[in-house]
Design a protein around this ligand. Structure first.
Ligand code: NAD
Length: 260
């Protein structure tokens, strides 16, 4: 379905971003991976995607906290593939603390990576999409873009901001073939969440299984994690003609979290 289309997926060396990159490559899209990690492991990942799906795959180590690196990444993908048709703004980090204890530098870092990077990448990729009359911008927000939790001030503020940005970009491009939407996952078992499970287990003296069950029990009515594959499947749908009129939406994949 996405043959001859090219995508950038930020933060795709791990977790949800990797699930989305795999799903887009499986549909025939060329993919620019982005994110940190062991160089050999990233090269192996790119090689396996190429071999499995016959698509072009590259990797940019651009830091999503640095606007000039974000712009260079978009330019590099456009030069390499001829276009950036699909932009998935996924890179994100977490830090938990009460507001009065929240370190200012962590606030700034979360704003830069989780929110401002979406703006800089979108601004760089949009003109090409508008010229070609087709584009998909998919922002990986969070259920925390819709509701809050204690101890996550920066993350919740940034993710609410992502949904606001999503709506604005969708409206500015409402006539034409460029759509912009947000996906709002609940708990997905990735390294970002595993760190929160480990912290909870250490803090409360729980086994890993008990900490995992506590985490789900507090928030996610299905009592099951969403998966990177499920988020990837929704991203693929948003790239399909069936999604042409889905614009400015924030779609939960949260086991019922935000329905409560
Ligand atoms: P993860 O920690 O598994 O992966 C994060 C990815 O982002 C990695 O590839 C990492 O290298 C990259 N990254 C981090 N900082 C970066 C930077 N400065 N520049 C470039 N890349 C950077 O996390 P994940 O759980 O897969 O989260 C991905 C996105 O999904 C995030 O935006 C997160 O907020 C969101 N999300 C996750 C969950 C969840 O339960 N896991 C729920 C809702 C939303």
């Amino acid at each position: 379905m996405l043959k001859n289309k090219s995508a950038i997926v930020t933060g795709s060396t791990s977790g949800i971003g990797l699930g989305i990159a795999r799903a887009l490559a499986a549909q025939g899209a060329n993919v620019m991976l982005n994110g940190f990690g062991d160089a050999g492991a990233i090269a192996d990942l790119a090689a396996s995607l190429r071999a499995e799906h016959g698509v072009a795959v590259a990797h940019s180590a651009a830091d999503m906290a640095r606007p000039e690196q974000i712009e260079a990444m978009v330019a590099e993908a456009a030069a390499l593939f001829g276009a950036v048709d699909i932009l998935v703004n996924n890179a994100g980090i977490q830090h938990t603390a009460r507001v009065e204890d929240f370190p200012a530098e962590r606030w700034e870092q979360i704003m830069a990576i989780n929110l401002s990077s979406n703006f800089y990448a979108t601004r760089a990729a949009l003109p090409g999409m508008q010229r070609r009359g087709w584009g998909r911008i998919i922002n990986i927000a969070s259920v925390h873009g819709l509701v809050a939790s204690a101890n996550k001030a920066a993350y919740v503020a940034a993710k609410h901001g992502v949904i606001g940005l999503t709506k604005t970009v969708a409206l500015e491009n409402a006539r034409g073939g460029v759509t912009c939407n947000a996906i709002c996952p609940g708990w997905v078992l990735t390294p970002l969440v595993q760190r929160q499970i480990d912290d909870l287990a250490a803090r409360e003296g729980l086994s890993p299984e008990a900490a995992r069950a506590r985490l789900l029990g507090e928030k996610q009515p299905s009592q099951e994690f969403a998966t990177p594959e499920q988020i990837g499947a929704l991203a693929v749908f948003l790239c399909s003609p069936g999604a042409n009129q889905i614009r400015g939406a924030a779609l939960n994949v949260d086991g019922g979290w935000a329905a409560q």
